[in-house]
Design a protein around this ligand. Structure first.
Ligand code: COS
Length: 388
């Protein structure tokens, strides 16, 4: 038998969780309400995460990054989301934006852009468009060859951290008749002439993470900015989502844990009928269900992270399952946390209504939970078996 702990986090992984939690207690949680209220970028969190190398922990050491494995990256994102989901988009979006390069990019692209990401410049992912949401292959953004380079035109919508990020992975069609086989991926820089941004969307939650349109107006980029092969962009985009849906599951677990922790504390302090409300079995059952579901979501998420790290053949199923299950749990648990706090939970004087609003996006982005169910069913019907 190996001396590896059976079904337990390694000491290294536990140490990462503790380190992130300490930073979040000091530099993320204290600003979360203000960031939400003012719908402003979480600068304090961004600086603290950058200083500790938790802003883009997935970047390999060979490119100047922290070299965190997929499970460690999940732990970082989960812990940040426990304090503030908006701030957890910093490492999550940086992984999403740069993963296409890690999957399909040339060594030169990796050296150039992963190094700058590790040094603190952000990376966003531009797949969605006004008419390409769930139907991601319906790309209208066009990339046309121009001598040695490419010219890009189009509108990308719902782009997380747009304007903050220095770099953008842009999916565009290079052959409009070929649907998914005619899509290619490119790196666009914020400072490329012709790049501009729409007004920040006015959102229900994750107000600290700017969501804006990205406009590409005759943006000319050099030929070496194509990621991998022409026509393979959709494949890279889908492979990327297989991995990053695990990070959305991590956000969901984190925000659910944050809401549960708050509800547990409140239930023991709040007195009604001459005793703490935690003494009532009706509330105990609610809390028990919340704890049980958070833990089930966490286990599925960590199992998916292992598959992401190893590149297992059932990652597509596990990424979709973890994201779908954990985000449904996050919505239920945060809603029930509001219920535990009663009228107080419904006000902005307490953090649980923010957590409930923030949780909602995890059921929507990186593929709606309806799309996740399509992905899971296709995998099951194709006979994909669990690698365990
Ligand atoms: N890994 C590798 N290749 C994949 C893949 C994956 N996970 N998923 C699809 N592909 C490939 C397919 O194999 C197919 O190639 P072949 O024709 O050679 O088999 C090609 O990509 C097209 O796939 P498919 O036919 O399944 O595409 P659909 O148009 O039916 O779309 C869904 C599939 C709906 C699953 C996809 O569009 C999707 O994930 N939509 C949601 C997008 C999303 O998450 N948006 C959020 C943006 S980030 S906030």
């Amino acid at each position: 038998m190996s001396d590896h702990p059976m079904y337990a986090l390694s000491e290294e992984h536990q140490a990462i969780r503790e380190a992130v939690r300490a930073i979040c207690d000091a530099k993320v949680a204290p600003f979360a309400a203000e960031v939400d209220e003012e719908a402003r970028y979480p600068r304090e969190a961004a600086e603290a995460l950058r200083a500790a190398d938790f802003h883009a922990p997935h970047v390999p050491e060979a490119y100047g990054g922290a070299g965190a494995d997929a499970l460690a990256t999940v732990l970082v994102i989960e812990e940040i989301a426990r304090a503030d989901v908006s701030a957890s988009l910093i490492p999550a979006v940086n992984k999403l934006g740069s993963l296409p390069i890690m999957i399909g990019g040339s060594e030169d692209l990796k050296k150039k852009y992963l190094g700058r990401l590790a040094a603190g410049e952000g990376f966003s992912y531009c797949l969605s468009e006004p008419d390409a949401g769930s139907d991601a292959a319906n790309q209208k953004t066009r990339a046309v060859r121009d001598g040695d380079g490419w010219i890009l035109n189009g509108t990308k919508r719902w782009i997380s951290n747009a304007g903050e990020s220095e770099f953008y992975t842009v999916l565009a069609t290079t052959d409009p008749d070929a649907r998914s086989k005619g899509i290619s991926a490119f790196v666009v820089e914020k400072t490329d002439p012709g790049v501009s941004f729409g007004a920040p969307e006015k959102k229900l939650g994750i107000k600290g993470s700017p969501t804006r349109e990205v406009y590409l107006d005759n943006v000319r980029i050099p030929g070496d900015r194509i990621i991998g092969e022409e026509g393979k962009g959709f494949e890279y985009a889908m492979q990327t989502l297989d991995h990053t849906r695990v990070t959305i599951a991590a956000q969901a677990v984190g925000v659910a844990q944050g809401a549960l922790d708050y509800a547990l504390g409140y239930a023991q302090e709040r007195q009604q009928f001459g005793r703490s409300i935690a003494d009532f079995q009706g509330l105990q059952f609610l809390l028990a269900d919340m704890g049980m579901k958070v833990e089930a979501a966490r286990q599925l998420t960590y199992a998916a992270a292992g598959r992401s790290e190893r590149g297992d053949s059932d990652l597509t199923f596990f990424g979709a399952a973890a994201k779908c299950f954990a985000s449904d749990v996050a919505m239920e648990v945060t809603t029930n946390a509001v219920q535990v706090l009663g009228g107080y939970g419904y006000t902005r004087d307490y953090p649980v209504e923010r957590m409930m609003r923030d949780a909602k996006i995890t059921q929507i982005y990186e593929g709606t939970n309806q799309v996740q169910r399509i992905v899971m069913a296709r995998q099951l019907l194709a006979g994909v078996q669990s690698t365990l």
